[in-house]
Design a protein around this ligand. Structure first.
Ligand code: IMP
Ligand code: MG
Length: 179
C-alpha cells in the first residue's frame, strides 16, 4: 500500500489474527470459567478492534470498560510519561478483570496502568496483549497472554495507528519509509 512517504508491508494477515484471537479467547475462558463478575478493560484507542473481536469469542458474562492513556502523539517514540486521559466508568474492586492492550513496546504504559488498576483491588487480574515487542522493553512488565511476538518494527492496522491513520486496515502491517 502506497502512502505519502511510506509503504505498509504485510505482516500478520486478518485470517491469522482471527485464528489467534480465537485461541486466546479459549485460554481466557478457561481461566475465568464460572466467573460472574468479569470486566474486560480495553486500553484506548489501539485495542478497540481487538477487544471487539475478543469479547465476541468469550462465552462468559462480561462487562466492557475503557481506559485511555496519553499516546505517542504523532511521533513513533514513546513519551515514557504516562497520563490517564479517560478513566474507567465502573468500579473494579472485587471484580475479575481482563486488561486488553494492543502492543507492549517499552512497557511504560502497561506498567503504569497495571499499577493503577492493582491499587483498586480487583479480585483476579489477567493481562492480554495482541502484540509484544520484547526487544524494546525498558521496564519489566509481562502480559499473561500474547497474541504475537514481533521484531522491532513500527506496525499499523487492526486498530493500531501511525499518526491516527491506518487503524481501519483489517490486517497488521509494518511501516517502511521510502524517503
Ligand atoms: P509502551 O508504553 O512503549 O509500551 O507503548 C505502548 C503503546 O504505544 C501501545 O499501546 C501502542 O498504542 C503504542 N505503540 C507501540 N508500538 C507501536 C507501533 O509499532 N505502532 C503503533 N503504536 C505503537
Ligand atoms: Mg495502546
Amino acid at each position: 500500500m502506497q502512502h505519502d512517504n511510506y509503504v505498509i508491508d504485510d505482516m500478520i494477515s486478518a485470517k491469522a489474527i482471527a485464528a489467534r484471537v480465537e485461541s486466546m479467547a479459549m485460554e481466557i475462558r478457561n481461566h475465568f470459567k464460572g466467573s460472574e463478575k468479569l470486566v474486560v478493560i480495553g486500553l484506548l484507542r489501539g485495542s478497540f478492534m481487538f477487544i471487539a473481536d475478543l469479547v465476541r469469542e468469550l462465552d462468559l458474562p462480561v462487562e466492557v470498560d475503557f481506559l485511555e492513556t496519553s499516546s505517542y502523539g504523532d511521533s513513533m517514540e514513546s513519551s515514557r510519561e504516562v497520563r490517564i486521559l479517560k478513566d474507567l466508568r465502573g468500579e473494579i474492586e472485587g471484580r475479575d478483570i481482563l486488561v486488553v492492550e494492543d502492543i507492549v513496546d517499552t512497557g511504560h504504559t502497561l506498567h503504569h496502568v497495571l499499577h493503577l488498576l492493582e491499587s483498586r483491588k480487583p479480585a483476579r487480574m489477567m493481562v492480554c496483549a495482541l502484540l509484544d515487542k520484547p526487544s524494546r522493553r525498558e521496564v519489566e512488565v509481562k502480559a499473561d497472554i500474547v497474541g504475537f511476538e514481533i521484531e522491532d518494527k513500527f506496525v499499523v492496522g487492526y486498530g493500531i495507528d501511525y499518526a491516527q491513520r491506518n487503524r481501519n486496515l483489517p490486517f497488521i502491517g509494518s511501516v517502511r519509509f521510502t524517503d
